[in-house]
Ligand binder design. Structure first.
Ligand SMILES: [Zn+2]
Length: 370
């Protein structure tokens, strides 16, 4: 499974200046090459190389391998849309491969710049460090909000496919970020608390509108995103481990419908955004894939309003965000747990998921990575 890790670089001011000059030269070269490709109306690498390789090296000072990367980047962009000349912004991502980049142990990376190779400190999270032996020698250098980042491509191994005997239904909610059909709740307590605290100061900062207030707001948003990511990793890890340990597949609601549900629940939008949901789902999907656990997607239409005891479907069954009470038979319970149970049942009744050997066929969903 191809996956990308976002890794933070810590260049010195001098190194940062060199990276910036290199990135700008690279993108200027790409922009120039785009003009050549467009006028030749060709996205052929060899043709473009023959035509412009020396010009690119002389004019922009790129190394031989950087010039080759620029040519293939431009050809790929032009192939995607041949009707117009591709454009390259000065701070667009710059691709690195093993000929111009080398990892030095766990905490440094060597990158080629116009001024020679520079050895730059790298900060990995524990999660990333675990996966670094899977890296492929390819990365994109990214400059964002004054930060230098590497998007590292890794090859996560696919787990031995599990032959599940049952299904673990998982409901992604707002108050409890995830609830499974065993009744476990995976809450986002840290992130919710952090957001509450931040919201109080946000209003004050926004009304100020000064430059430093804006900077602080931006910092807060990044901090929240970082916490959210960490929490989503923890939650998805627990869910996948639980499914694997008990030889079960995982069932989730269909993503498109979940987005609609978030939109319809207006007050909750402030606490959990749709990107956080999408991220959690993606984490569950790729961790499941890596563990060999199949993931089934089910139609979510009635998961929150169907009674698991008598099968009665009615909107009024869900009394509140937290409570379920069947208007027909009186069966009551935690609404998220009942939704998770309904998701589990919906997965078991899928045509390619039989109660024994649930994953007789391939899983319906193999998710991308956020
Ligand atoms: Zn009922």
């Amino acid at each position: 499974v191809k996956q990308t890790l976002l890794v933070k670089l810590g260049p010195s001011p001098e190194q940062a200046a060199w990276l910036l000059r290199t990135m700008e030269a690279f993108n200027a070269a790409c922009d120039y090459l785009a003009g050549v490709a467009f006028s030749l109306s060709s996205a052929n690498k060899y043709k473009l190389q023959h035509e412009a390789y020396h010009a690119v090296r002389d004019r922009f000072g790129l190394s031989s391998q950087m010039a080759v990367r620029a040519i293939s980047k431009v050809c790929e962009a032009f192939k995607r849309d041949r009707t117009k000349r591709p454009e390259f912004r000065p701070h667009g991502a710059m691709p690195y491969d093993e000929r111009i980049m080398a990892w030095k142990g766990l905490d440094r990376v060597s990158l080629l710049t116009l001024f020679g190779r520079v050895l730059i400190p790298v900060r990995f999270s524990a999660y990333q460090a675990e996966r670094l032996d899977q890296r492929r020698g390819q990365a994109d250098l990214v400059y964002r909000d004054g930060l230098w980042l590497l998007l590292v491509t890794i090859d996560a191994p696919e787990g031995e496919p599990l032959d599940p005997e049952e299904v673990l239904g998982v409901d992604l909610g707002i108050v409890n970020v995830a609830t499974d059909s065993d009744g476990n709740q995976y809450s986002g307590a840290t992130i919710l608390g952090l957001r509450r605290r931040h919201r109080r100061t946000r209003t004050r900062l926004q009304s100020k509108g000064t430059k430093s207030a804006k900077r602080l707001l931006k910092k807060r948003r990044r901090q929240e995103a970082r916490f959210q990511r960490h929490e989503n990793h923890q939650i998805s890890k627990q869910i996948v481990a639980r499914a694997k340990d008990t030889k079960r597949a995982i069932a989730l609601e269909d993503l498109t419908h979940i987005r609609q549900r978030i939109r319809s629940r207006k007050p909750q939008r402030a606490t959990l955004s749709s990107w956080a949901f999408a991220q959690l789902r993606a984490f569950i999907a790729y961790k499941a894939q890596a563990a060999g656990v199949p993931v089934f997607l089910v139609d979510p239409r009635n998961t929150s309003r169907t009674c698991p005891a008598c099968g009665h479907v009615e909107k009024a069954n869900r009394k509140s965000q937290a409570r379920f009470l069947c208007v027909s038979c009186g069966c009551a319970g935690n609404a998220d747990r009942i939704a998770a149970e309904n998701i589990r049942r919906a997965a078991l009744s899928l045509p390619d998921a039989a109660p024994s050997g649930v994953a007789a066929k391939s899983p319906r969903f193999s998710g991308g990575v956020a």
